[in-house]
Design a protein around this ligand. Structure first.
Ligand code: NAD
Length: 492
């Protein structure tokens, strides 16, 4: 652990010394009014860096830089974009350790998962690099006296707004397809964890990305974020964050008719029938809520269990949860590190009181942990004896907290699963294939896994229904968002 802490100190030194400036048109630029804000580490609550506090003037400058770079980037041949994006991926792999260590200290996510998240960021770039040459392809449609040719063109400069939970991986997931499509970008990362977004843009520019194609403005949602969504030069907003922020962005973007793509919150169910492989189901349920600190949009925060096995199954899950290591994020054995920020820790801990007051039982955890550095550590928690009307069953807690609810039959399981405002993911465990087809057909979620935890296959669509999102990422879906479809009809 000490060796890792020392390495992290080395990687963080530059941020401590020089802070984090905005990057606009290929240049380091302080905020227009020279304002900065401090980002702290959730490990010890000590400052990591002073960060440029961008506002409307900075967004305006960045949007103009993205606009100026757009014509040339949009016309850059697909093969050239492919080559360049692969170079970005190579550079991410070369700096994967630095990225992972900085991410751990900025977010509190454990090295166990962040080492993979950095490499997954490289995979996202490779995936869209390979598709860049075909991004504009379309099809032809013929009718009597007419041949139609349908193609796609990049929509223009786009704004990308990302959350704090796994900022590096999520930024690559949104930015790689935009670049592959031929769009230029203004990125506004989350104020709680801005460091790896800065590494990412540096990596891209060092790999040869032309100046102004990608611009980075740090700041808060209510000023920099809002200004980005309102800017007339920005044609679309790719947003990942809370559902209520998505709703605000939709209003803010209305005057300029922004195209929006939202990946929002979830209260995702894992549904376990008595005929399932219970040991595997328990491992998956534990993984899906307690990995990534439970600060994961696709986490399974509701456990719906058939009544006949409810006591036995929740006992297995509770026992596994109580053995999970909570600790320093750079300890290779740690599964749960500190939560992102004291404000968020307070919110998560409030749900322990809410659970008690609603009459649920705290079967495991339910308290703060005195961890290394004295940061925002919360014990993996399991609520039992809950019902779907409770706030602990309806609200996104976004921490290592699982609410277990019994059901008596398939109809009730489906009704409970669908009875929330969200619909991002669902995880179904059963040995009955016919039931799996029937159930998944009626389950309101954008992504469902049967007898599996969340295993992403990048060509498949990613996104949610109801309050969990609008639009899909992945495969060709991202291109549909970042591009306009254009039809030309020729008379014959
Ligand atoms: P958040 O909505 O508070 O903030 C996300 C980003 O939006 C930040 O960069 C913030 O500065 C910005 N923002 C805030 N107000 C804004 C405004 N008025 N205009 C423009 N931008 C604004 O979300 P968070 O707390 O950072 O992240 C946690 C949330 O993200 C959870 O709800 C989680 O489920 C969700 N999330 C969803 C996915 C997904 O793929 N569906 C993935 C990760 C996280």
């Amino acid at each position: 652990l000490q060796e890792n802490i020392d390495k992290a100190e080395c990687h963080l030194a530059r941020f401590k010394e020089k802070g984090v400036l905005n990057r606009i048109g290929g240049e380091d630029i302080p905020a227009a009014d020279n304002a900065t804000f401090e980002t702290i580490s959730p490990v010890d609550l000590k400052p990591l860096a002073g960060v440029a506090h961008g506002k409307a003037a900075d967004i305006d400058r960045a949007a103009k830089a993205a606009q100026a770079a757009f014509p040339q980037w949009a016309e850059t041949p697909g093969d050239a974009r492919k080559k360049l994006l692969h170079k970005v991926a190579d550079a991410i792999v070369a700096r994967a350790e630095e990225i992972a260590f900085v991410e751990c200290m900025d977010t509190g996510q454990s090295l166990k998962f962040m080492a993979k998240a950095a490499l997954r960021g490289a995979e996202n770039f490779r995936f869209y690099a390979d598709r860049a040459p075909e991004a504009r392809d379309g099809k032809s449609l013929r009718t009597d006296g007419q041949v139609n040719i349908t193609t796609r063109v990049p929509i223009g400069p786009v704004g990308i707004i990302t959350p704090w939970n796994t900022p590096f991986m999520l930024s690559t997931w949104k930015i790689a397809p935009a670049l592959a499509a031929g769009c230029t970008i203004v990125h506004k990362p989350a104020e709680f964890s801005p460091l790896t977004a800065r590494l990412l843009i540096e990596i891209a520019e060092e790999a040869g990305l032309p100046r102004g194609v990608w611009n980075l403005v740090n700041g808060f949602g209510e000023d920099a974020g809002k200004a980005l969504t309102e800017h007339p030069l920005i044609k679309a907003i790719g947003f990942v964050g809370e559902s209520r922020t998505g709703s605000m962005i939709m209003k803010q973007g209305a005057d300029t008719l922004k195209r929006v793509h939202f990946e929002l919150g979830g209260k995702n169910p894992v549904i376990v029938f008595a005929d399932a492989d219970l040991e595997r189901a328990a491992d998956a349920a534990v993984f899906m809520i307690y990995s990534l600190n439970g600060e994961r949009c696709t986490s399974s925060s509701r456990l719906l269990v058939e009544a006949s096995i409810y006591d036995k199954f929740t006992a297995i899950v509770g026992e596994k949860a109580s053995r999970i290591k909570v600790g320093h994020p750079l300890d290779p054995e740690t599964v749960i590190g500190p939560l992102i920020h004291p404000v968020h820790e307070t919110k998560v801990l409030e749900y322990m009181e809410i659970a008690r007051s609603e009459g649920a039982t705290i079967a495991t955890g339910g308290h703060k942990v005195d961890g290394p550095g004295g940061g925002c550590y919360v014990a993996p928690t399991l609520f039992t004896g809950a019902n779907n009307r409770m706030r602990i069953a309806q609200e996104e807690i976004f921490g290592p907290v699982l609410t277990a609810i019994p059901f008596k039959d398939e109809a009730e399981a489906l009704a409970l699963a669908n009875d929330v405002q969200y619909g991002l993911t669902g995880y179904l465990w059963t040995a009955d294939v016919t039931r799996a087809f029937r159930f998944t057909d009626r389950l309101q979620a954008g992504m469902i896994w049967v007898n599996s935890e969340n295993v992403r296959h990048l060509p498949t669509p990613f996104g949610g229904v109801k309050s969990s999102g609008i639009g899909r990422d992945g495969g060709d879906w991202s291109f549909d968002f970042y591009m306009e479809t254009k039809n030309v009809a020729f008379a014959t």
